[in-house]
Design a protein around this ligand. Structure first.
Ligand code: SF4
Length: 115
């Protein structure tokens, strides 16, 4: 398998835990048969599949300036992947909308507090 951007082979791991790649200089994940990039992507998507907002009106999470965020925050309170969502938003510097129950301004404040 090749990385189409660089032409370099993607690192992959066989089910028996042996590395199929050309080098063996990184961690080997036993029992996983997919490139690490795909694995991380799958883990990232896993929480998104449980997002409560996906079952509701997405517009509530992206209100117009000055619009109410109450309904979106209420939904976030009941969401089982709130922490993952907030972490994702902070890591990816999401600028708009409600993520993990926090508005853009609240996330900016939290980020400052965290340093
Ligand atoms: S915490 Fe809120 S914005 Fe994040 S996935 Fe859950 S419902 Fe959606």
């Amino acid at each position: 398998m090749e990385d189409y951007a660089s032409g370099a082979p993607l690192r992959s791991v066989r089910v028996d835990g042996r590395d199929e790649g050309a080098s063996n200089d990184g961690p080997v994940l036993r029992g996983v048969n997919m490139p690490l990039d795909a694995l991380f992507g799958a883990v990232e998507q896993e929480w998104q599949e449980q997002a409560l907002c996906a079952e509701t009106d997405p517009e509530a999470f992206f209100p117009d300036k000055g619009g109410s965020t109450r309904e979106a925050k209420r939904i976030c309170q009941a969401c089982g992947v709130r922490d993952e969502c907030l972490e994702y938003a902070l890591e990816h510097d999401e600028r708009f909308g409600i993520w993990g129950g926090l508005s853009e301004r609240e996330r900016r404040r939290l980020k400052k507090q965290l340093g």
